[in-house]
Design a protein around this ligand. Sequence first.
Ligand code: B1M
Length: 210
Amino acid sequence: MSNFEELSKAVIAGQEQKVKELTQLSINEGVDPLSIINDGLIQGMNVVGQRFKVGDMFVPEVLMSARAMSAGVAMVKPLLLDGQMTSKGTVVIGTVKGDLHDIGKNLVGMMLESSGYQVIDMGVDTASEEFIAAVKENKAQVLGLSALLTTTMLSMKDTIEALKEEGIRNDVKVLIGGAPISQTFADEIGADGFAPDAASATELVGRLIG
Ligand code: B1M
């Protein structure tokens, strides 16, 4: 088995220590840092995303894989030349005002990051003005809103209206998700897309700005 295959397998298995050891081994052998990320770490996370989507992996396992992958990426990142780690685009993501649920949002963020997007995570209980400031400051192509409560999902509409008032609605694609969210609701409030899970969200971002 190649180093990359072993690395991918360790990511899939969520073995953080093994990922660190294998990443260090590759670094010591002089393997191209970008290949370690793209051919080893991200390959593993791609498999995790697919398995999660079809129900073969569950949240705790996905979080362990994401943590293992991030540990490897953190070791390799300092070795990359400036600008070598190109981003596919910038996504501002957060849980909407009044809502403190962040497990799903974190999964979506991690999955996007591991697929090569720059992710600006606004955390939880984020007001429309904060989203707008972050979109402007980072020139984000996508704004991802997460809500888990039927009471807070309504503030997604407020954020979309606020984007219109700021005159930047056409500059950014709005993707929404969370347990109570549906495609019907996305259509109702004028969002650009809805994704039921993290893997679909990553695919959708690719379609929206690809
Ligand atoms: Co709360 N909670 N909670 N809770 N909680 C729910 C959502 C609830 C359905 C439980 C229930 O009653 N059956 C219910 C909401 C009812 C409703 O509105 N209809 C509820 C309630 C009522 C509350 C409180 C009001 C309880 C109280 O205090 N009385 C309170 C509210 C606090 C607040 O937010 N202001 C509250 C608090 C909490 C905890 C803090 C204890 C904790 C959150 C911890 C945390 O997130 N750090 C919590 C939890 C854990 C849950 C449940 C049990 C699990 C949510 C979760 O993490 N799921 C939840 C019940 C449930 O959903 N079954 C519940 C796992 C996660 C991976 O899935 O978040 O759906 P999910 O994310 C998925 C997809 O939805 C999608 O991808 C993710 C990955 O596949 N997705 C996106 C999510 N965001 C996306 C964004 C995208 C795209 C896809 O694009 C941007």
